[in-house]
Design a protein around this ligand. Structure first.
Ligand SMILES: [Zn+2]
Length: 140
């Protein structure tokens, strides 16, 4: 199946880049598009709902299954050309640390503390790292 075929089942589609779209998730009442669709150069389609619905729920809501999305999954898994320079677990560890940092800053502020210029700069780094991590996992 092509990304276009999947998109024809969805609403509120917004193209966000080459082979990337956002749409309203069919598996939950989604007022703002939270479903990311990505078509990889090898033809595979990645689906991720930022609101947390499982891919299976999203697909079954429009009458599709995982097999429709990845007809050649067994072959694709053995493909070495996959564009994922970092293992997902490393990406998760990295954003876990960044999230802790943001929490610490929030706790400090809620106790009436202030942030130095350096703290603010570090928080911006945390934000860009979290965004970059999403990019890395191929879900954006
Ligand atoms: Zn959803």
């Amino acid at each position: 199946m092509t990304a276009d075929a999947l998109l024809s089942h969805l609403e509120g589609i917004k193209r966000t880049g080459l082979g990337r779209w956002l749409a309203r998730c069919p598996a939950h009442p989604d007022r703002h598009p939270s479903l990311a669709i990505r078509e990889l150069p090898d033809g595979r389609i990645l689906v991720h709902d930022f609101a947390g619905c499982a891919v299976e729920s999203v697909l079954s809501a429009v009458g599709l299954s995982f097999a429709d999305l990845h007809p050649h999954r067994a072959i694709a898994q053995g493909c070495k050309s996959e564009r994922r320079p970092f293992p997902a677990v490393d990406v998760l560890r990295a954003i876990g640390f960044e999230a802790t940092l943001v929490c610490l800053a929030a706790a400090h502020l809620s106790r009436g503390g202030t942030l130095t210029e350096q703290d603010r700069a570090r928080l911006l780094v945390a934000h860009s790292r979290i965004s970059a991590a999403l990019e890395e996992t191929g879900h954006v």
